[in-house]
Design a protein around this ligand. Structure first.
Ligand code: ADE
Length: 242
């Protein structure tokens, strides 16, 4: 699949050439094109923003500049226009899985007070998304997160497809259980005995219990959508006060 990112700070996206994403680009599994929004700005100042209609603080990015940029890079077909904004829907694994089905994701990174609202209204297949309930200086960091989360779902991206199956937020929506490795003893703390027992059934059950407890303590909002709980699951959740 292909990502086209448009930003006034193209240098933000250099880290995408590192590690697994760098390899995925070299192998052609993922294509990432970064565009400087100012290529579509006009006038001696190549201005991309102006004062907000109706007054108020800050600057708003111009619809005409964004329109020219998006029209140039957007391909017909299965293309999504993703716009990072703190007022968007929360970026979660469900949304990432949906985006991973598209042929092209165009990410339009706003700065200042955001992009003129007519841009999101004008195009089809627009997703305005937020990284979380906090405000960043612009959409670039959110775009990096979206690209990494989406690209790693592409066939053959991960060395070990199994690690995609068991991680937090995939499939069932529970947080992942804690992981341990050598040394056996670290600063007086032991690896939980069950993990050294060789009893695979007991290990699987312990891990599930840990996932349930973690989710209940840290992300109780995720419990509402859980389905197919067995009586042991219910007992663990009851112990956590649910
Ligand atoms: N731009 C500024 N803050 C943001 C956030 N929390 N998520 C996505 N884009 C943003």
């Amino acid at each position: 699949m292909c990502f086209d990112v448009i930003s006034i700070f193209p240098q933000y996206f250099q880290p995408l050439d590192l590690s697994l994403l760098g390899k995925a680009q070299e192998s052609g599994r993922v294509q990432i094109n970064v565009h400087d929004l100012r290529n579509w700005a006009e006038g001696t100042h190549r201005s991309v923003d102006d004062s907000p209609a109706g007054g108020g603080a800050g600057m708003v990015m111009r619809a005409d500049v964004w329109g020219r940029a998006i029209d140039t890079v957007r391909k017909p077909g299965r293309s999504v226009l993703a716009i990072p904004t703190p007022s968007g829907q929360l970026l979660n694994q469900r949304l990432v899985e949906r985006l991973a089905q598209s042929e092209q994701v165009v990410v339009a990174c706003g700065r200042y007070e955001g992009i003129d609202a007519r841009v999101a209204e004008y195009y089809d297949n627009v997703v305005e998304f937020s990284l979380g309930d906090y405000v960043l200086n612009g959409g670039e960091v959110a775009a990096l997160a979206l690209i990494e989360a989406t690209a790693r779902l592409q066939e053959g991206f991960m060395g070990n497809a199994q690690s995609l199956m068991e991680e937090s937020h995939s499939e069932e929506g529970l947080l992942e259980y804690p992981a341990y490795t050598a040394p056996q003893q670290w600063r007086g703390h032991e690896i939980p005995a069950v993990l050294k027992s060789g009893d695979h059934k007991a290990i699987a059950r312990w891990r599930r219990d840990q996932s349930l407890r973690r989710t209940a303590r840290r992300r109780p909002d995720l419990l509402a959508s859980l389905q197919g709980l067995d009586s042991r699951d219910r007992q663990i959740l009851a112990e956590e006060g649910w």
